[in-house]
Design a protein around this ligand. Structure first.
Ligand code: C2E
Ligand code: MG
Ligand code: MG
Ligand code: MG
Length: 276
């Protein structure tokens, strides 16, 4: 026992591990101040309606422009935010900023615009998420359906807890979508029980949809499944014209990806996609 502990102790103090821990601590310290220092930014990626080539919805994707560490992508700080609980204030900032943006675009005459925000598992389990969202919708006087929340299958976790939260959000009128659809589990049973509006086909299926028969079959099947359930289907990660064409032929309503546009700052969205 003592020997084991000694060994663990020794491992803990390996210099390279120490610097790793130091890095995480430093990242956390910086992240704690990110909101007040106004270092967080929402970029927006357009979702293209394939049959009309119109754009009326956008996904908000967070970036952290840290004064000391440079631009940091969500995959590098959202996990840390989740572990430390910082995801709650960050998530609240995202909800408020997205609602404010909807208000701003409504004021500019873009009435039927929709913004999707990503909700992480921890945030979804937070007791007052529903109230938080309701308060923001009221504060900015926006149509509830113009706010969309994206939840992954993993975040849905325990059905007993998830169903009432989703039902409350549905009652308010918020649009509910399943992100990265097809990569989690128990998808079909919750499609039956949960009040879902949108399915987002994970980009891993879209990537090789042109040269992998299985990916093509899975993608087409998700589109048909969504359509027969009356859901909107959005394909993620569209990088080529041929992929967009495949999706249009398969009757997928919307697509999102670098082929159409990368996530962009508000000004760029207004210039390129919100022309009157
Ligand atoms: P996600 O919600 O599945 O978002 C899609 C990711 O794919 C985004 O990465 C987007 O920039 C990227 N993407 C879009 N089009 C293409 C394409 O054509 N090809 C490729 N290869 N990638 C494409 P990003 O912005 O780095 O975000 C990564 C993940 O971080 C998101 O995955 C989401 O899970 C999380 N995330 C982003 N913003 C937020 C946020 O505000 N809150 C929370 N909780 N999570 C967020
Ligand atoms: Mg998403
Ligand atoms: Mg996704
Ligand atoms: Mg993802």
């Amino acid at each position: 026992r003592v020997k084991d502990r000694g060994k663990a102790h020794y491992q803990f103090y390996r210099p390279e591990m120490n610097s790793e821990i130091q890095n995480v601590v430093s990242l956390e310290m910086h992240l704690r101040k990110a909101i007040e220092k106004q270092e967080l930014i929402l970029l927006f990626q357009p979702q293209i309606e394939l049959s009309t080539v119109k754009v009326k919805s956008f996904e908000a994707l967070i970036r952290w422009n840290c004064s000391d560490l440079g631009m940091i992508s969500p995959s590098d700080f959202i996990p840390l935010a989740e572990e430390t609980g910082l995801i709650i204030p960050i998530g609240n900032w995202v909800i408020e900023t997205a609602c404010k943006q909807i208000r701003n675009w409504n004021d500019k005459g873009y009435e039927d615009i929709r913004i999707a925000i990503n909700i992480s598992p921890k945030q979804f389990q937070q007791t007052n998420l529903v109230n938080k969202i309701k308060t923001m919708l009221e504060k900015f006087h926006i149509e509830p359906s113009s706010l969309e929340i994206e939840i992954t299958e993993g975040a849905m976790g325990d059905k007993q807890e998830t169903i009432p939260i989703l039902k409350s959000l549905k009652e308010i009128g918020v649009t509910i979508s399943v992100d990265d659809f097809g990569t989690g589990y128990s998808s079909l049973s919750y499609l039956k029980q949960f009040p879902i509006d949108v399915l987002k086909i994970d980009q891993s299926f879209v990537k090789d949809v042109l040269n992998n028969e299985k990916d093509a079959a899975i993608t087409t099947t998700i589109i048909h499944l969504g359509r027969s359930l009356g859901l909107e289907v959005i394909a993620e990660g569209v990088e080529k014209a041929e992929q967009a064409e495949f999706l249009l032929n398969a009757q997928c309503q919307k697509a999102q990806g670098y082929y159409f546009a990368r996530p962009l700052v508000v000004e760029e969205i207004e210039k390129r996609f919100l022309l009157k």
